[in-house]
Design a binder for this molecule. Structure first.
Ligand SMILES: Cc1cc2nc3c(=O)[nH]c(=O)nc-3n(C[C@H](O)[C@H](O)[C@H](O)COP(=O)(O)OP(=O)(O)OC[C@H]3O[C@@H](n4cnc5c(N)ncnc54)[C@H](O)[C@@H]3O)c2cc1C
Length: 353
């Protein structure tokens, strides 16, 4: 058991070293999309659910997200997209789509993505649903626009929720090449431009019944929500850990002047440790994960990440203020993490009302 974990961690380390690190600059500066790395993780068996319980699988995959985020949060976010989509396939009762996609998603042959920000905001009372579904013979016709869906590419599939009537919403998956879907690439963001993000316009897109994950999206979203949020936690913890390391590297700069700064790496490390412990506490309970417990940790991690990247900027001085420096990149990526659905404001709302 122990040696198996060591072996797996070594494999993750080697894949990051060989398949991700060489592209890290290009991902940030040239919007390079590291799909090759994501596929290699799958090929290595790191998304396999065989002989694994739900929580064990989730924790193992969260570990891969964290290790990736230490080096490149953009790619770790793409990995989150894939794992969110994989959760939809794992949890569906529709065996046709499960048989079609599960093993290809798990072995990295096909990558997945998720257009669920708008539905998550809809369920929290923040927005109207952007997609509509009209029932027709054999399936539904989808219309509407999703402003941003990441981790898209040829042969990729992504999840969506569309409103059929006042009382009914469906959840399905579609391939990027489905007829009637127009994709427009978006690369003018402050960061994470290597996330292969597109605006998705649905113009009478037919989705057959085989692609419907659930005829009752309201219930299905309840099933996938804990994992959807949990997989985001290591995005922030990875960036925080990397920031701690960068702060420690410059500890002796200017005769140790950084030691006078109010926040030190030890403070961040202690906060991160407590949050990691909280993750284990909720996972070790006998009952299934309560999404509000997960959301509470996700919110605290968002605040810690913002604090860590800001502290990193203060410790690194003008070297950190260079456009392509690691601290400034982490700062830009962290602001996306804070504004990734569920955003900080969204989480504050659902944890209050
Ligand atoms: C780089 C990037 C990648 C993202 N990837 C995904 C993804 O993979 N899947 C996913 O579901 N969501 C994705 N999102 C959305 C993200 O998760 C958040 O929902 C969003 O960043 C901010 O939400 P907000 O609540 O602050 O709403 P706001 O950004 O304030 O948006 C409010 C409303 O305006 C709409 N809107 C925002 N921008 C535009 C635009 N350019 N054109 C038209 N309407 C717009 C939104 O849909 C929403 O209805 C991405 C966003 C960004 C910036």
């Amino acid at each position: 058991m122990e040696s198996c974990i060591v072996e797996k961690n070594l494999m993750i380390e080697q894949l990051i070293e060989k398949e991700l690190k060489p592209f890290v600059k290009k991902i940030d500066a040239d919007a390079f999309y590291a799909d090759g790395f994501l596929k290699k993780l799958g090929e290595a068996g790191l998304f396999s659910s065989i002989n694994k319980q739900d929580k064990e699988m989730l924790l193992d995959e969260m570990h891969v997200v964290k290790e990736t985020a230490k080096v490149c949060m953009t790619t770790a976010f793409c990995l989150w997209c894939h794992l969110a989509a994989l959760t939809y396939i794992r949890k569906t009762d529709n065996l046709e789509i499960k048989n079609k996609l599960l093993s290809s998603f798990e072995n990295g042959e096909i990558l997945g993505a998720t257009g669920l920000s708008n539905p998550m905001k809809y369920y929290a009372g923040l927005e109207k649903l952007n997609l509509s579904a009209e029932p027709v013979e054999g399936g539904y016709i989808i219309n509407g626009v999703l402003a941003s869906v990441s981790n898209l590419g040829e042969n990729h599939w992504f999840g969506l929720v569309a409103g059929v009537s006042e009382n009914k919403r469906i959840m399905g998956v579609v391939p990027c090449n489905v007829s009637g879907l127009k994709l427009k690439e978006k690369v003018d963001y402050l960061g994470i431009n290597g996330s292969s993000t597109y605006a998705c316009a649905f113009n009478d897109v037919f989705i057959p019944k085989e692609w419907i994950l659930s005829e009752n999206a309201d219930l299905f979203v309840e099933k996938i929500r804990p994992a959807f949020i949990a997989y985001q936690i290591p995005l922030g913890l990875g960036v925080t850990q990397a920031s701690i390391e960068l702060i420690e590297k410059v500890g002796q700069k200017q005769n140790g002047c950084n030691l006078y700064l109010k926040t030190q790496s030890d403070d961040l490390q202690e906060e991160a440790r407590k949050l990691e412990e909280k993750v284990l506490t909720i996972f070790n309970r006998d009952e299934s994960l309560n999404w509000k417990d997960v959301a509470d940790i996700r919110l605290k991690v968002a605040y810690l990440t913002l604090k860590a990247v800001q502290t990193n900027m203060l410790h690194n001085g003008s070297a950190g203020y260079l456009k392509d420096s690691a601290p400034s990149r982490k700062l830009r990526e962290a602001y996306f993490f804070a504004n990734l659905t569920p955003t900080v404001k969204h989480l504050e709302k659902v944890l209050t009302v």
